[in-house]
Design a protein around this ligand. Structure first.
Ligand code: DX5
Ligand code: ZN
Length: 224
């Protein structure tokens, strides 16, 4: 599989915005439209106020194609469920830093890497950048949430861009190489704002699966 670097602009359509009655066809539609990664939002009804899908669906997606699977765990005790997502075929697993996720962050990140998966760490809009500082040398991706997680179709919060800028500056100063991902309200206009701040991975649900021309939308987000 291709080795992605922070110099790559990566578009990751979020399956949350797909037609759940046609998951295999929707996945193919995203791949044919030029998706680099597929973003999979796992919600447990505790960490966020919504329930989506779990490892069985991710495994089904994995079995139908070899697109890079970017799994975003919005769940409590991600450490407990981790082995199931590793065996489902995730390529990258992102866990949240907030105390409500109820896990030992460094141990979970280490367990993800031991499972031959890339490790991501996410922070919500209300969580300060300093919360992730101790872990930035232990991650492959930092996810700066650009909406309060739980639902697709919300508006991009430009006020979190200083966290993207701080992460990019810290990465440069400390010679690290984690990706910076943004998630929530991303479209060609907001992806440009996020890219200017330093993001290189763009998660987009409504603006890709909901677009009249998905390929044009993916390209526009990547080239914004
Ligand atoms: C929000 C999820 C997002 C969501 C984005 O909780 O983490 O990945 O699917 O959806 P849009 O792009 O519609 O804002
Ligand atoms: Zn997400």
């Amino acid at each position: 599989m291709k080795q992605w670097t922070p110099a790559d602009r990566i578009v990751a359509p979020s399956l949350l915005a797909a037609d759940f009655g046609r998951v295999a066809a929707e996945t193919s539609r995203a791949i044919n439209a030029g998706a680099d990664w597929l973003h999979l939002d796992v919600m447990d009804g505790h960490f966020v106020d919504n329930i989506s899908f779990g490892p069985a669906l991710i495994q089904a997606v994995h079995e139908t194609n070899d697109v890079f699977l970017d799994v975003h765990l919005m769940i409590t005790r991600p450490d407990h469920f981790l082995p199931r997502f590793l065996s489902a075929g995730a390529d990258l697993i992102t866990v949240h830093v907030e105390p409500q996720a109820d896990h030992e962050v460094p141990a979970t990140l280490a367990a993800i890497r031991e499972g031959h998966c890339l490790a991501g760490l996410a922070l919500n809009p209300a969580t300060p950048f300093e919360a992730v500082l101790p872990y930035l040398d232990q991650i492959d991706l930092l996810l700066v949430m650009t909406v309060v997680p739980g639902f697709g179709g919300q508006s991009f919060m430009a006020e979190v861009m200083p966290k993207v800028e701080k992460a990019a500056a810290y990465r440069e100063t400390n010679k690290l190489s984690f990706h910076i991902e943004v998630d929530g309200g991303i479209d060609p206009k907001t992806s440009r704002i996020a890219a200017t701040a330093g993001a290189n991975v763009f998660v987009a649900g409504s603006s890709t699966f909901g677009a009249p021309d998905m390929a044009a939308a993916v390209t526009a987000i990547r080239n914004a």
